[in-house]
Design a protein around this ligand. Structure first.
Ligand SMILES: C[S@@+](CC[C@H](N)C(=O)[O-])C[C@H]1O[C@@H](n2cnc3c(N)ncnc32)[C@H](O)[C@@H]1O
Length: 253
């Protein structure tokens, strides 16, 4: 089975669609297993790799098969400007649970409590990857591996552990829940084994998550502004951890 279309169809069930050059580049960098990758222009894709991703150029050279625009359009719901797409093997739930349970933890786990917006979830996974967070856990019905979330995460699902769990199954560690009614975050140093929880875009933290929280923290906000966007709240909190966490320089507040 050598033609790319047959290989794609054989792998598609349960696989993760990597949409575009950058998603494929990130996934490869973080060890994703990629059984098939296509491009509408091999020369352009490889010269992009030379320019931006020399570390994976050789792998891309081996992996990428050129297909017509028509074939490419039949494989992806929305053609990407780079004309690149690939399928990756989704890490097993067991592997993610092992990663989330690993101790001692050297970076926090981010929990999104019943998130609704797929773009927010993708942006948070990208943030978690950038800060080296131990994982992103979602509660509720949203699938954190939904293709739209993967697109928003730019292939960085493979750089952290991404899994859906119940509130009762959250990883161990002190749970800091972010809420505009909490204590000012600037007075708290977040430990590396923290579990950082954020509420739903519409309704905030669920009663179950609140009941499980050890601390409630607020991000500074001017009066009359009711809340920040979910992903920006995660960004500020991870930044606060990185700037003031146990391993970071600086005095305790
Ligand atoms: C869009 S907000 C939710 C707004 C929602 N209407 C509510 O009642 O909380 C989504 C989440 O971002 C976090 N968040 C937003 N602004 C915050 C702030 N000023 N301090 C702490 N967390 C905040 C919280 O975790 C919140 O649940």
């Amino acid at each position: 089975m050598t033609d790319p279309l047959s290989r794609w169809r054989a792998q598609a069930e349960g696989a993760v669609l990597l949409d575009g050059f950058h998603a494929l580049k990130h996934a490869l960098r973080f060890g994703a297993e990629v059984p098939v990758a296509v491009t509408t222009d091999r020369t352009a894709a490889l010269s992009l790799a030379e320019e931006l991703a020399g570390d994976v150029r050789g792998t891309l050279d081996t992996l990428l098969t050129e297909v017509s625009e028509q074939v490419y359009a039949s494989l992806v719901p929305r053609p990407h400007p780079t004309g690149v797409a690939a399928l990756a093997v989704r890490p097993s739930r067991e592997a993610n649970l092992r990663a989330l349970a690993r101790t001692p933890r050297t970076a926090p786990v981010v929990v999104l409590d019943n998130p609704r917006n797929l773009g927010n979830a993708g942006a948070v996974i990208r943030l978690a990857a950038g800060f080296g967070a131990a994982g992103v856990v979602t509660t509720g019905t949203l699938d954190p591996w939904h293709p739209t979330v993967v697109r928003g995460g730019a292939g960085l699902h493979f750089a952290t552990a991404v899994e859906r769990l119940g509130v009762g199954e959250l990883p161990a560690g002190p749970l800091f829940a972010l809420d505009p009614e909490g204590e000012d975050i600037r007075g708290t140093r977040l430990p590396d084994d923290a579990v950082l929880a954020f509420g739903s875009e519409r309704t905030g933290l669920s009663p179950e998550l609140r009941a499980r929280a050890d601390h409630l923290l607020r991000l500074p906000m001017r009066p009359q502004v009711s809340s920040y966007n979910l992903a920006t709240s995660v960004a500020m909190t991870l930044y606060h951890w990185s700037a003031t966490g146990a391993g970071a320089p600086g005095d305790a507040p």
